[in-house]
Design a protein around this ligand. Sequence first.
Ligand SMILES: [Zn+2]
Ligand SMILES: [Zn+2]
Length: 588
Amino acid sequence: MNTGASPFSSSAPPIEQRQMNQHSKGGKAEDRLSNGDSESNSMRDQQPEAATFPASNSHFKQHWEEQENGQGSSDVTLEDMYNNSYEFEDDEDDDSDWEPSSQDQNVLKITKWFCVNCTMDNFGTGVHCEFCDEHRRSGIINYGFLASPLSKEESLTVNEADATVRLKDLRLKGIVADSQTAIGFDERMLLHDEVEMKSRPHAERPDRLRAIAASLAATGIFPGRCSPISAREITREELQMVHSLKNIDAVELTSHLYSSYFTPDTYANQYSACAARLAAGLCFDLATSIFSGSAKNGFALVRPPGHHACVKQAMGFCLHNNAAIAASAAQRAGAKKVLIIDWDVHHGNGTQEIFENNKSVLYVSLHRHEGGKFYPGTGAADEVGTMDAEGYCVNIPWSCGGVGDNDYIFAFQQVVMPIASEFDPDFTIISAGFDAARGDPLGCCDVTPTGYAQMTQMCSALSGGKLLVILEGGYNLRSISSSATAVVKVLLGDSPEHNVDQVIPTKAGLRTVLEVLQIQMKYWPSLEPKFLKLQSEWGCSALLDRKLLSKRKRRCSMGPTWWKWGRRRWLYRVWCKNLSLDHFKGYN
Ligand SMILES: [Zn+2]
Ligand SMILES: [Zn+2]
């Protein structure tokens, strides 16, 4: 769940169970395992710097000191970094946890704070986030997107007491009333959190669920118009429908560890295994309830997310694959054909792997791909399924960031809905990440709540309305809470604000759609007339304008630069050198 300039590894390393280091949030010593890595970090922090260099090795000491003082980088500019013309040395340590030292801070006294809404670092005494404009003391966690982004004091559209009462009601466990929209939520999923204290919170954080739940409560949707479903932990036997014992045992093991990591970005604490089993259990029961008709449709407000979790391994913030489990549960309840539509900005490599040779589950994913540079790198248009299930995997890979409502709706109209109608599912699941939403710090796309509502509306027409929406990624609290609320409103029967008869795609979007149509029409005959019509109307200009494509690709691949530049220490120093000191006068 990530940008093209990925902070994640492109392939999942083996499970790493490691000890929390001395920066962690406390905890009992007996809960910890030891490992050389964390010990060496602690040693480095505690020992005097000169003690690490033998007196005889003055050359290396001088070089090291120059590096630390920034003297070795005097010629590096932000422009060099932006153009990638400066190469970092391979043997430099990863310094993602690096913080300015007191010596650095004497050069420029800067106050740092991270934004509660988007987690980005901000510097100075300003009260609004430079990236998303959210107020520094935003009420987003308590009120969701109804909180004012500009002023803590500004009056809210709901009163505080009312919202608090509604949130408490979420703890009640209930039975789904007939023909209602069901919501799956349990507060124990908020306990899954990263233990190690980093410079800013992990993007996949408990506040994501709090903000969405607060929005649903404050708008009177849940509790109110939707029914809660009782939460339970999924069983090992049910997990084995999609996962091997390697995945199940590895996740279970984390409940005995204070802090552990499956990949550098996929954390676990002692509550994570329970949270993952609750998320999967809620998705299993929602699918069963909806397919059997005891609920009309449903929204799984769950974490950890699932679509990167493969048969054997957890990765990409995902421990168990919730959507795959829901699909298998629906089939256990009698569904012959299940459709999974995945609109998370990242390709659901786990879901694809689980069903790639299974004709009874059609997997359709829209995601940033950029020739495999965007995490997780899979999901090219020519990945169509294997064995005799070719055509039952449909990938719509965007070639750049910034993709908005029009391209998504256009792809739905031209590819997703024609294939889905021809497949004619008994049950439909949406892997609903909201990291393609406008304002998301990782996805950098431009889908609005209205866009998500329109896509949900189209999906509601499938499988007799038997539709389960499952939360995946999405990291801007304001964006995910407004988008999720718009989706649930459609599940309740409200109509989206605008109709979508006339949609004009971007050239890049059109090119992707044409590529997918050309590949998939071998398996889905209804696509051929669409491909020929589009090619005659738009095709020539779209396919010939290669110059524009390569220019746009270059521009898009630059995006969020703080990931791409990587080393915080270098960036900080170059940034300080390049910006006028006057810029900071108002801050300190
Ligand atoms: Zn994602
Ligand atoms: Zn922000």
